[in-house]
Design a protein around this ligand. Structure first.
Ligand SMILES: Cc1cc2nc3c(=O)[nH]c(=O)nc-3n(C[C@H](O)[C@H](O)[C@H](O)COP(=O)(O)OP(=O)(O)OC[C@H]3O[C@@H](n4cnc5c(N)ncnc54)[C@H](O)[C@@H]3O)c2cc1C
Length: 305
């Protein structure tokens, strides 16, 4: 049953008419549990509050799979505005973005123009930028863009997904750049041709790449809500004498809030991924796919006026 629900939510996450309807009707169905708000102002309040609690943040202006140059430019403008505000308000906050929202599916020129504008502003404001990883067809293009720009912009990172077979090789190849990488299990629906289907295999590969990247001496963000992976990392860094300045834990806004604070209390660096904006539908569906138990929130939202 869980597998069927997962597939259903991942299928729904890419439905264009549902995305349009969601934009029109605003944050509904319990989505506000996972999304900081529809405006930058609302997100800034959330960031300041998390910072006060000792949590670092990475902010994400929601939007993905954009096929229009003008729309991609508007998305990039929103990122630039967010970076300026982060700088002005001196927040402990980075920026995450999806290349499809910057025009990856439009053309190379569009995506590179938008990224350069964002990265120049980020450089001036000392804000680190992470390129989120999307579905498998966008994996190689995302890594190509990353490699291309990383030489010019050192404050740039990306994401590697443990469910892909290619992951170990990607980490080995990226090592010459000594990149700051966020490691995750992977959130999209992928075929058995390219990704592990069994959770236990994904978990094993996740541990393997955490070890590989940290022991290569690189900054590693372990982005997970899974206690087993968190505990594995704690033991690894202790055994290997890895300093706290070389890694951090990351979790999504609204998920395991107490655990986030507990880790801060224990002295670990924790960063919360805070999404905001009107294009919340696809992100929300992927969160439901990860944990169909969250459907309870949707049902409550449906009956709340
Ligand atoms: C900061 C951050 C950034 C990410 N960036 C990307 C990215 O760029 N590309 C990408 O493909 N994926 C990304 N992901 C998503 C990631 O790939 C996983 O889909 C997601 O983190 C769920 O996997 P998990 O490691 O938490 O473990 P799981 O095995 O899914 O969950 C382990 C346990 O965590 C708790 N939990 C997990 N999810 C939820 C939930 N939704 N609600 C409540 N409890 C929950 C439950 O107790 C569960 O048993 C990101 C995740 C994080 C935390």
């Amino acid at each position: 049953m869980e597998r069927i629900l997962k597939s259903l939510f991942l299928f729904l996450s890419k439905n264009k008419s549902m995305t349009r309807a969601a934009k029109k009707y605003g944050l509904r169905f319990g989505a506000s549990r996972f999304v900081a708000g529809e405006s930058l102002e609302m997100a800034l309040d959330v960031i300041a509050d998390l910072n006060r609690k000792g949590l670092a943040v990475t902010i994400d202006y929601l939007g993905e799979f954009i096929e229009d140059e003008r729309e991609a430019r508007t998305m990039a403008d929103q990122c630039i505005e967010a970076i300026r505000m982060i700088g002005r308000e001196n927040l402990d906050c980075q920026l995450s973005l999806k290349l499809t929202s910057m025009g990856l599916d439009v053309s190379e020129r569009v995506v590179m123009d938008n990224l350069r504008r964002i990265l120049e502003t980020a450089k001036a404001n000392h804000v680190f930028v992470t390129l989120d990883m999307e579905d498998f067809p966008r994996c190689q293009p995302t890594l190509d863009v990353f490699k291309n720009l990383r030489a010019e912009y050192t404050e740039l990172g990306t994401v590697i997904q443990a469910y892909l077979y290619r992951t170990e090789k990607d980490i080995a190849e990226l090592n010459e750049l000594h990149p700051n990488l966020r490691l995750v299990k992977g959130a999209y629906k992928e075929s058995r041709e390219v990704a592990f289907a069994e959770k236990k295999d994904v978990d094993e590969n996740f541990k393997k790449i955490i070890r590989q990247h940290i022991l290569n001496g690189n900054y590693t963000a372990i982005a997970t809500h899974d206690d087993k992976i968190i505990d594995y990392t704690k033991v690894l860094v202790k055994e290997q004498g890895i300093p706290g300045s070389q890694f951090e834990f990351q979790m999504l806004y609204g998920i395991r809030n107490e655990k986030q604070l507990q880790l801060v209390e224990e002295g670990y660096k924790v960063r919360v991924y805070v999404p905001y904006g009107t294009d919340w539908y696809g992100y929300f569906m992927r969160r439901l796919a990860e944990r169909p138990a969250n459907v309870a929130f949707v049902l409550k939202g449906l009956f709340r006026r």
